[in-house]
Design a protein around this ligand. Structure first.
Ligand SMILES: [Zn+2]
Length: 88
């Protein structure tokens, strides 16, 4: 694996997909994003490729799992959405 640096200062890592479609997520990245063994991750199809992130079934702000809505690929609960709208 080799490291790449993107224009926005983000670090990338070149990985190879094996014959079963698997890749190894580098340990530094797993530690940085607190991704433990057997932890679910979410793969999201973006215009520029696949985004992988830790799977969080609830609101991104408070982890509430009720009254959820999706806004720009993020899950937000009704209470947080109301709180945000009151800030305007
Ligand atoms: Zn919330």
């Amino acid at each position: 694996m080799s490291q790449t640096e993107k224009k926005n200062g983000k670090m990338g890592q070149v990985c190879t997909i094996d014959s079963l479609g698997r890749i190894v997520v580098p340990s530094l990245m797993r530690k940085t994003y607190n991704m433990g063994k057997n932890e679910p991750v979410e793969l999201i199809m973006m215009d520029e490729g696949i985004l992988m992130r830790k799977y969080k079934p609830g609101c991104i702000f408070c982890n509430n799992i009720h009254d959820l809505t999706v806004f720009k690929d993020n899950i937000i609960c009704k209470d947080c959405l109301k709180e945000m709208s009151e800030m305007l």
